[in-house]
Design a protein around this ligand. Structure first.
Ligand code: MLT
Length: 313
């Protein structure tokens, strides 16, 4: 009967394929995860909760339910889920750790290329009725030294793609061995050295207490003058104010930024600067990545609700 099926609460927009995986084994309900009151009351009746990056799944959420068995993050980062609070209540947390890694890496490349060739301002200028070829001279990627900060799955995919542009690749990652990096054709260096040598820097780190604010005014002052910086990882890894100052002073030649310390946001000192390309956290926003994220977590949620073992994706 209807009432005996487990209740799956979907708190953000997920790909339609997610629902196909659930079929009619569960009862699917929807709530706006950013509406706290609605979320807290709906979660009290849910066996599973599915979110993307906008819903804060914290101790307060876990305190409003005895029924919840599993929280699923349809994506990679778990920074919006308080995992220790979930564990303390016996709630399983699952994610889709490979679902959107290609999309995220491709988006970082897209930001870099639009920055290097000044595509957004040139597009805006031509649409505004101007034909200004000399105003939008760019730089080549070929022959440049690219510093990858964080050589996990996404950082590696980004590096592979940049290798095909004919770049010299260096990376900083305290958890990767120099041997592994060398296999990938990447020289592992300390952060200080990366800052000093790179013409292009791209950040590919999770947001943790250790990585928050990793790149601030002091680090930006140590970069090559005119460096291009891309962040399609998490807001707050680079200090936004310091980055805006460095772009204004010309220390940083340009920045491509997909993620912000506070999201959603419609104001940032970066939005006023012409050498900055911004997007509203779109790294994972492709049809393919969203299909994978939704179906991967839906499969894990079904296993968890059946009481079966949930393998790491
Ligand atoms: C992630 O952590 O996977 C991304 O932030 C994805 C998203 O925006 O849903």
């Amino acid at each position: 009967t209807q009432s005996s099926r487990p209740v799956v609460l979907i708190a953000e927009k997920l790909a339609p394929s997610t629902l196909e995986v659930f079929g009619d084994e569960v009862e699917v309900r929807h709530v706006d995860g950013t509406d706290r009151t609605a979320l807290l009351s709906a979660v009290a009746e849910a066996d599973a909760l599915l979110v993307r990056s906008a819903t804060k799944v914290d101790a307060e959420v876990f305190a409003s339910t005895n029924r919840l068995k599993v929280v699923a993050r349809a994506g990679v980062g778990l920074d919006n889920v308080e995992v220790p609070a979930a564990t303390a209540r016996g709630v399983l947390v699952v994610n889709a750790p490979t679902s959107n890694i290609v999309s995220a890496a491709e988006h970082a490349v897209a930001l870099l290329l639009s920055l290097a060739r000044r595509i957004p301002p040139a597009d805006a200028s031509l649409r505004a009725g101007e034909w200004k070829r000399s105003a939008f001279s760019g730089v080549e990627i070929w022959g440049k030294t690219v510093g990858v900060v964080g050589l996990g799955k996404i950082g590696q995919l980004f590096a592979q793609r940049l290798a095909s542009f004919g770049t010299e690749l260096i990376a900083y990652d305290p958890y990767v061995s120099p041997q592994r990096a060398a296999q990938l054709g990447i020289e592992l260096v300390e952060l200080e050295e990366l800052l000093a040598r790179a013409d292009i820097i791209s950040i590919h780190l999770p947001k943790t207490p250790e990585t928050k604010g990793l790149i601030g005014a002091d680090q930006l002052a140590k970069t090559k003058r005119g460096v291009l910086i891309v962040n399609a990882a998490r807001g707050g890894l680079i200090d936004e104010e310091a980055l805006a100052d460095a772009v204004r002073e010309g220390q940083v030649g340009g920045a491509g930024v997909d993620v912000f310390a506070t999201e959603p946001t419609t104001s940032s000192p970066l939005f006023e600067l012409p050498n900055v390309v911004v997007t509203p956290h779109l790294g994972a926003s492709t049809g393919e990545a969203q299909d994978r994220a939704g179906t991967d977590v839906a499969r894990s949620v079904l296993l968890a609700l059946r009481g079966d073992f949930v393998p790491d994706a």
